[in-house]
Structure formats: C-alpha cells, structure tokens
Design a protein around this ligand. Structure first.
Ligand code: SF4
Ligand code: SF4
Ligand code: SF4
Length: 504
C-alpha cells in the first residue's frame, strides 16, 4: 500500500506545477518592464511570420542553423593544418580573417547575437552536453557546475578580458596578418576545445554567458540592433506563472541556456536567440520581437559592468588604430628594447592604451558627477553618470570596430573566394581584385565612424532624458558635455583613419 502511495506521489510530482519560485513583484512594474517592449512580433509578420514561427518552434531549428557553420569551421581547422602554407592562398586564413571576422560586425550591429544562433563553438559544446543534436533530454552530460557566485557577478566582464588576451596573442603571433595558416587552426581548435571542456564542467551555456571571448563584444555591440530577442507577449501572465518553464525547462524546450528570464529582460545583450523559451513556455506567451535601432542601448537599466566593457572595447579599438601609425612603432620598439621583449605588441603599451582610455572616460564621468549633479548621494554617485554615458558610446565603439576591419574585407574578400578550391586540394592563383579603391575605402571608414557618432549623439539625448535629468538641474549641460566628448572622439577616430591611409 505504502509503495503504491509513493508511486502515486511520484507521478503527481511529475505532473503537478512546480512550486512558486517567488511572489509576484508588481511594484515598479512599468519601470522595470515597459521601456524596451515592442509591438513588432516577427512571428506575426505577413508571409514570413508563420514560417518563422514554425521554424523556431521546431527542435531541429538550431541544429540546422549551426550545421553549415560547424562544417565550415572544421574545414577551416583541417585546411589550416593540411592546406597550402601560403596564407594568402589558404582557405582557413582567407575565410576566417577576410570574410568571417569582417562580416561578424555588421551582422552584430544589425541583428545582435545572430552569430550566436549559428555559432559552432557553443553549438558543438551543447551537442556534447545534451547528448543529442536536437532532442529534448532531461539528463545532460558533465558535472553541471554553476559559475561561482563571486565570478558570476562580473558576467561578461570575464569574457572581455579573455578577448583582450586572445587579441594580444593574435597580434603577437601575427595570426590574422594573416600568418601561418596552422596558427588560425590552432586558435579555432583552442576555442572549440575550451568551449567543449566548459560545457562538460558547467551547466547550460555558462561558457557563452561568462567565458566566451566573443560574447562581450557581440552582446554589447549588438545592443544597437533591431532584434529585441525572445520576450513575453504578456508580462502580466509571467507574474502569475507557476511553473516558469522558460527558465526551468519544459516538456518541449530547455530552460534558458543563458540564464535569462524573458519576463524581466529589458535588453538583447543576454539573449542568444536560441528559441528554447519559445518552445518551453506552455502558455504560448513568448515570441520573437523586433525593436527600433538602439533601443537596447537607450532603454535598459544601465549596468556598470556593461559600461566598463564598452570603455575597454573603445580602448581596444583605439589601440588597433594607433598601432597602424609610425608613432606607435616608435613607442613599441623603444619599450621592447628597454624590456628585452621579443616583438610587437609590447604588453605595456597594449594594456596601457586600453587603461588610459578607460581612466580618461571614468575621470570625465567622475568630474561631471561632481560638477553638475544635485548634492545627493545617488546623484553624485560615479556609476549613476558613468554607466549611462558609456552605454551611449556603444554605437561609436561598434562603428569603429566595423571601420577597422573594412580594409581586409574590401581588399581581399573577393579574392578570398578563390581559395575555396584549395580546401578541396586545388589551389588557384590569388587574385588582386579590390571591392573598392583606396579613396572609397577611406570614405567608407569616415562614413561608418560618422554614423556611429550620430548614433551616439542620438543615444546621449535619449539617455540623458531617461537617466540623467533626474540627477541634475543642469539638464542642458548633461547633454552637451557627453555630446562634445562624442564629437571629439568621433573626429579623432576619423583623423586616425586619415593618417592610417587604409592600413589593414
Ligand atoms: S557566446 Fe560565444 S560561444 Fe556562445 S554562441 Fe556566442 S559566439 Fe558562440
Ligand atoms: S514566458 Fe511562459 S513559462 Fe515563462 S514565466 Fe512567462 S508564462 Fe511562464
Ligand atoms: S531561452 Fe529564450 S531568452 Fe534564453 S537565450 Fe534562448 S531565446 Fe533568449
């Protein structure tokens, strides 16, 4: 009898709704939820909407999107090791550095984490962890650790430091030069291996959320995009939802692999567009939304960690501009000979430039917070000014990265196509066709940085109204000071491109 009762209880536990996680928090609902909500449900668009809805509902969707890039990346690894040594004729180097890395930026700025949908690094790790290519399994492979809380609090900041390390190594070994193709293979293999091990050690997509070197770059620059991500249709329903299947996993879908709770999401930064919540929600309360460009820059609560990532990325891209000038070579050579360091880039000038930019921006935010804010503790807080100001600079950072990778794409992308036969053992001559000549390349770089500057000025005006007006009585100054900084920085970037004269 007792055994029967236990059996019955076990069955009931499987079918009963999960216990409530927390009581609904209705207070501050409008402030927390509404600013970034959009009405443009992409699954309701005429013609493409129903097909899109069917696609993202299907469990095979992500597998089919990842499969082509997975094949391509293993081909890159293979041809980098076994293909022709000449990097200009090798499929691995040409596809990775002339096409993939360049195209990732417009994709990110326009669509956010579009690359993450098809990414072979995360995809490969997830296939291993889930022990299936597309199915919904209850048990996963690996230790299922959580990221230690003190580290998890730094979120994407850990990834940006890994990205800085990888970028330095790429410059030091001249991998993207492009250098010896085998180095490109080792780098890609290293990321795939790092991802696979992380997926076996940690639960869900801890790797994507905290460790991936690309995640902070894509997540932060992608806030300019028109894709809001997967969001609830009715957030009120989520408040009263007993099961929270979107977070905890349901019959048809896994709990959010990125630890995002769609009901409170106000930015696309931490949505990998994997569509698991869309499949998991049993109330059909999730959909894929579009938004106005820069909504995820302007509308969300401003997190200091994202602001620090933005300023670090700004420092990095400014370093990558400066390192193409003779003045940089003079400083780097002098440091290398003084420190007996083998070659470019000296870690001191690399980290020093990034730190210098971060200190300048942090210092400006501090001065503004002291000079024009109300004399209250909240208004005089450094983060109250620094975080909104750095969010506003994200469009300029993204545009500058895009402008910086343009020369390689413009000069070599068309010819890179000629390397495709080499992947199949038939090397062909490397053409010298350029998509644009030098003067048009420069104009394109000026235009991109100009657009980024305009985007930042627009973001400043919106963010000032939303986040800064309440901190100061000098509302006009709160707009003018960051706008002037944006004009100076944007103008400085354009001047650097002028002096770089199309340098790759
Ligand atoms: S966060 Fe990194 S590993 Fe994860 S899907 Fe995006 S690019 Fe790939
Ligand atoms: S999205 Fe669906 S599963 Fe998630 S909290 Fe809202 S109603 Fe519940
Ligand atoms: S489960 Fe939903 S909210 Fe989480 S990453 Fe995937 S699509 Fe985004």
């Amino acid at each position: 009898m007792n055994a029967k009762i236990t059996d019955f209880q076990a069955k009931m536990e499987l079918t009963l709704p999960a216990p409530r996680i927390r009581t609904p928090q209705r207070e501050g609902l409008a402030k927390r939820f509404s600013p970034s909500d959009s009405n443009l449900d992409l699954t309701r668009l005429a013609v493409v909407g129903p097909a899109l809805a069917r696609a993202v509902k299907s469990r095979k969707f992500q597998f089919l999107v990842i499969l082509p890039s997975q094949i391509l990346f293993w081909l890159v690894i293979f041809t980098g090791i076994f293909g022709v040594i000449d990097p200009t004729k090798n499929f691995a180097t040409a596809i990775t550095w002339y096409i993939w890395f360049a195209l990732m930026f417009p994709l990110t700025l326009a669509i956010g984490r579009a690359w993450c949908v098809t990414c072979p690094f995360g995809g490969f790790g997830e296939w291993i962890q889930r022990k299936t290519l597309w199915g919904r399994k209850q048990k996963t492979l690996g230790l299922g650790w959580k990221m230690p809380k003190p580290l998890a609090e730094y979120g994407l900041l850990i990834g940006v430091f890994i990205f800085l390390g990888l970028t330095w190594a790429e410059e030091f070994f001249n991998i993207a030069g492009p250098g010896n193709p085998i180095l490109t293979s080792y780098m890609v293999l290293g990321i795939v291996g790092f991802a696979a091990v992380s997926f076996l050690l940690f639960e869900r997509r801890t790797f994507c959320r905290y460790l991936c070197p690309l995640s902070s770059l894509i997540g932060v620059c992608g806030t300019t995009s028109v894709i809001a991500g997967f969001r609830p249709k009715d957030r009120g329903k989520c408040l009263n939802c007993q099961t929270k299947d979107c977070m905890r996993g349901g019959k048809e879908g896994y709990g959010c692999p990125w630890y995002t709770y769609p009901a409170t999401a106000d930015t696309n930064t931490e949505c990998g567009l994997c569509s698991e919540c869309y499949k998991a929600c049993p109330y059909d309360n999730i959909s894929l939304y579009a938004q106005k460009p820069l909504t995820s820059v302007v509308a969300p609560r401003k997190k200091p960690i994202i602001a620090w990532i933005a300023v670090i990325l700004l420092g990095l891209v400014l370093f990558q501009q400066w390192n193409a000038l003779p003045s940089y070579a003079t400083v780097d050579n002098w440091l290398n000979s003084a420190m007996h360091f083998p070659n470019y880039p000296n870690p001191i000038d690399y980290i020093g430039t990034i730190a210098f930019v971060a200190v300048i921006f942090a210092g400006l935010a501090f001065l503004v917070s002291r000079a024009i804010s109300f004399r209250t503790k909240i208004a005089r807080s450094f983060n109250a000014w620094f975080a909104p100001m750095m969010y506003a600079f994200i469009p300029l950072v993204g545009a500058d990265f895009l402008a910086r990778v343009m020369p390689k794409f413009i000069n070599h992308a068309a010819a890179a196509v000629a390397t495709i036969p080499s992947a199949f053992g038939h090397p062909v001559g490397f053409g010298d066709f350029q998509i644009l000549n030098l003067s048009w390349l420069l104009r394109l770089q000026y235009i991109l940085v100009g657009l980024g500057t305009v985007g930042t000025i627009y973001a400043i005006s919106k963010i000032a109204k939303k986040d800064l007006d309440q901190l100061t009585q000098h509302k006009t100054l709160a707009r003018i000071i960051p706008t002037l900084i944006a004009v100076v920085v944007g103008g400085g970037m354009i001047a650097l491109y002028f002096f770089m004269s199309g340098a790759e």
